[in-house]
Design a protein around this ligand. Structure first.
Ligand SMILES: [Fe+2]
Length: 188
């Protein structure tokens, strides 16, 4: 594990005890790393934004992400980094950067994909197909709290066709969950 990732992970563990939220943070990190590479960004940086994007959620669920700044600045994260985290607030005036659009596009989509994997007989991402995620998108009873329009709009804003986005995330998650860095808190 790199020093950058170790720092972010240690900080996250200090502020998040919920296993569900840790898993969510890890899934978003994996997606951000993968898209960071695809879009020519700094993979470690994109990953840290993903890993820490909900760092204040457990302690301030009703005022999230408005407490990220105090937590992250105390640890030496700069203004640009903190702004990237804050930008996934639904209410955000400035035009989002590619990184910021990507964060929104993967925030809920990763969890939806993992939920699709978990209802498979083998509970695995390895055999999950794009078409089965598409089917679940239309099944209103499945993961009903997840707004489908938010998922598709996120991909569109990022500039990736929706089924490509799904395929990309399935692949990124399936590979990463086998990596040693993701064994401490298994995603599935
Ligand atoms: Fe999130």
């Amino acid at each position: 594990m790199t020093e950058t990732r170790q720092k972010a992970w240690t900080l996250l563990r200090k502020h998040v005890t919920s296993e569900v939220l840790l898993k969510h943070s890890l899934a978003v990190e994996i997606a951000m790393r993968a898209y960071g590479e695809k879009f020519g960004g700094d993979v470690e940086y994109w990953g840290s934004v993903g890993l820490l994007h909900d760092v204040d959620f457990e302690k301030f669920p009703h005022d999230h992400p408005h407490h990220a700044r105090e937590i992250l600045s105390a640890e030496g994260y700069d203004d640009a980094f903190i702004t990237n985290v804050e930008s996934h607030s639904r209410v955000w005036e400035p035009e989002r950067s590619q990184l910021q659009k990507t964060l929104l596009a993967v925030d809920e989509m990763t969890g939806f994909i993992i939920a699709c994997a978990l209802v498979r007989p083998d509970r695995s991402l390895d055999t999950l197909e794009v078409k089965s995620v598409m089917k679940k998108m239309k099944d209103k009873a499945f993961a009903r709290a997840v707004n489908r329009d938010t998922l598709t709009a996120g991909a569109a804003d990022m500039g990736v066709e929706f089924s490509e986005h799904v395929a990309f995330l399935i692949q990124a998650l399936a590979v990463a969950v086998k990596h040693p860095d993701y064994q401490e808190v298994p995603l599935l």
